[in-house]
Design a binder for this molecule. Sequence first.
Ligand code: WT7
Length: 649
Amino acid sequence: MEEPIISVLKETRVFPPSKEFSGKARISSMRQYRELYRKSVEQPEQFWAEQAEQLHWFRKWDSVLRDDQGFFKWFEGGRLNVAYNCLDRHVEAGKGNSIALIWEQENGQATTFTYAKLLEEVSRMANVLKGNGIGKGDRVCIYLPMIPELPISMLACARIGAVHSVIFAGFSSDAVRDRVQDSDAKMVITSDGGFRNGAIVPLKDIVDKAVKECRTVEKVLVVKRCANRVVMKKGRDSWLHDQLSSVRSDGCPAESLHSEDSLFILYTSGTTGKPKGVLHTQAGYLLYASLTFTHVFDIREKDIYWCTADIGWITGHSYTVYGPLANAAAVVMYEGGPSYPRPDRFWKIIEKHKVSVFYTAPTALRALMKQGDDWPDKCNLKSLRLLGTVGEPINPEAWMWYYTVIGRKHCPVVDTWWQTETGGIMITPLPGATPLKPGSATLPFFGIVPGIVKEDGSRAKENEGGYLVIRKPWPGMLRTVWKNPERYKHTYFEQFGVYLTGDSARCDRDGYFWIMGRTDDVIKVAGHRLGTAEVESHLVSHPTVAEAAIVPILDVVKGQALYAFVILKKGNKPSDRLRQDIITHVAEHMGKIARPEKLQFADDLPKTRSGKIMRRILKAIAEGAKDLGNTTTLADPSVVEKLAKGRIA
Ligand code: WT7
């Protein structure tokens, strides 16, 4: 079992719900939470059926839940449309003039979309998709920066039943290629470029490189954002604005879709080099994203809500797009770099748009905390009433800073644990009920039954670390791994017969969950999920590299960073230049987020007699541990000593 990523301090203080929430929030006492929780797990079908009434259905479901040999089906027989639920029904209810989206550009300008306007844009976009031969079930890859066309494209796909697969715009060409190939996408939507810290990222060029090797792509739609020069391939590429000008914004009815039709694929890293296409479907996903959004953030009519995550990750899917829009919330979306032009950008945006609910990642908080309190202190943050974090364990120091300096001690901090696969928040405080313990994601959401098990499958004792599992299905869960049902079964259900999260955790005497870190070969760098095998494959694709191994090291801002061990092919000599060249190669092919922080050249790696790399030992070496643990099973124990000497501190 892994050690906690960041030291978990002894529980020092418990923070009861503040008077702004206690007795006022939707769930406003522990008693109320416990009662509803009990119902949700004892009579799940009844509970979820009642909750599902809040969605708009073209036809109600016949059964709430069915287990089809380990593949779970929710609300079968039901028909609905996700985009209709996020747009049309609000407009029909008279909320057409309410704010849906406030888009803050990197240059400081802002544009607002009402629900009526967003519906118009989505319908127009959906007509463009249709005009390009996209229909129900077709996959559309979306590789866009944080511009309105990104959520508009997603909702347009949802409107006509196409399956979107958003690829984070920080990924580079090989990562894009792998994801487009696996999804067999017919279309890619991209932009000429994206603004990041004042510079332009040439997204279209990256797509050109990637799509060369993707046979299924027929059309590439290009948003003009930066006016940088791009090459347009005749017959394949077209400018979105040209296409939009020739279609109508009406006459695109929302398709009536089955509850279990595919909504989107989102690739995420796992233990093998190939990322997994996590598949989410219509009804269960939307219901779960929507319900968690209202309860965890206790959203009110007047709230201005901002989640800083890029929409290219699941957090943006569920809590910038689907969860908030299903609730007719006002959502802020920011285009650019978090410290651009200065480290107070986040606080300035909160001040400018009067953000009341703010959701971000611990890594961002640690980075901003390092800049000093002056930046937030000089901004008016009075509009804030609730703070959230997600993506990795938050160390109590960062939690306290968030609570004290940003929240001025009156905003609850909801530390939300969940995953791409879970679709929505799973373990979390509810701000009106749950006493907070800094560093703990606290208690399960309705319908969620987490457990901690030991290697042999038995239940761990109080405070004993073990594998975090989820014992019952929930509506937001992934339905399968795209084109790979065996991998779905194997990765998530084989070991214990219940959903395996890949995280280790402990549960304290109050039933609070403390997430400790991953148990598999997944590393969380600045909250981004990276698979060691995927990064390693981009290292060995460098012409001089014979073999490579990646292990995590601690990083005070990013939580974890990558340490690479590299064996060169015969005839190549280690040098600083080559080291830089290999690191740049990874950044160019996979993306900057996958760039190793440190790279050590090695003659050999510690392997078992059967040839398996012993990562445990590599990790200890990278961390500079005095005790490397048991090395007797190694084929050649002398390897270790040499490696330890060459460690990059
Ligand atoms: C992994 C999932 C959930 C959306 C963003 C990440 C880690 C996530 C927390 C938290 C401790 C957390 C886990 C999890 N994680 N939230 N509050 N405390 N760890 O989604 O990229 O699929 O990553 O992120 O290790 O398994 P993801």
